[in-house]
Design a protein around this ligand. Structure first.
Ligand code: HEC
Ligand code: HEC
Length: 189
């Protein structure tokens, strides 16, 4: 009885080994195909990676750009890139960055109760709203604290890559003002 049991087990082991070997064979069959692809990767030169068509490491030809120097209050707002895009910062950010936990000068002019006195556009309703919990807030949402994460400072740099994108605003108002919070779930519900 015990002996028969042994032979059954041995047969089972042999089948198992054959199965494993079979699988291995199939796997090994796949590997050369992958290796072949790796042997001849398309070579992309430094010049092809660079938007300015010069090797990436040659800093000498990096075009010099001047950041916008106009003081807040003296600049003109720039039309939005598309409806409800974060507007770019039209004035200088000199002396205002970096934004730290202890110091955020942007809020000193742009929070709703500061904006009028500073003659600055107020942050929109979306920045005082916890979208995740669908809850109105009485102060700036911490998720909106790091202004320059979304609002870009400006320089006089030209277009490095031609861009033919044309925004399609539903009304002229959308070029200058935002209403993201009202439109948030449009087309979803
Ligand atoms: C001293 C007040 C002041 C401070 C500080 C300030 N701003 Fe402004 N900001 C303004 C004013 C005023 C305008 C309107 C344009 C103008 O008159 O220069 C403006 C315009 C803007 C706009 C354009 C809004 C639109 O509708 O197009 C953005 C974005 C902006 N600021 C972001 C920032 C960020 C980010 C910081 C911090 C790095 C900052 N501002 C710091 C006063 C200020
Ligand atoms: C997570 C991205 C994000 C951050 C961070 C952020 N904003 Fe915005 N901001 C936007 C977007 C997107 C809009 C336009 C759509 C909207 O929210 O209504 C906007 C709009 C604005 C406007 C135009 C208001 C209007 O009525 O048209 C001002 C001014 C502004 N932000 C200031 C700030 C300031 C100051 C901070 C930092 C305290 C800040 N934002 C942080 C994304 C951001």
């Amino acid at each position: 009885m015990r002996k028969k049991h042994f032979w059954l087990s041995a047969a089972a082991w042999v089948s198992l080994l054959l199965l494993v070997a079979g699988c291995g064979g199939t796997g090994a069959g796949n590997i050369p195909a992958r290796d072949a692809a790796q042997d001849s990767p398309a070579v992309v030169g430094d010049e092809d990676l660079s938007y300015r068509n010069t090797p990436l490491e040659s800093a000498a030809v990096t075009p010099a750009v001047q950041p916008v120097a106009t003081e807040p209050g003296d600049s003109r707002t720039v039309p939005r890139s598309f409806e409800n895009a974060p507007p770019v910062i039209p004035h200088t950010v000199e002396g205002l960055l970096p934004i730290t936990a202890a110091d955020n000068q942007c809020t000193e002019c742009h929070l709703p109760d500061m904006a009028e006195d500073a003659g600055a556009p107020s942050i929109p309703a979306s920045h005082m709203y916890d979208i995740r919990r669908d809850r109105k807030l009485t102060s700036l949402n911490p998720a909106n604290y790091n202004c320059t994460q979304c609002h870009a400072m400006q320089t006089d740099a030209g277009e490095l890559v031609a861009n033919s994108f044309t925004p399609d605003f539903r009304s002229d108002k959308g070029m200058k003002e935002s209403d993201l919070l009202e439109r948030l779930n449009e087309g979803v519900r």
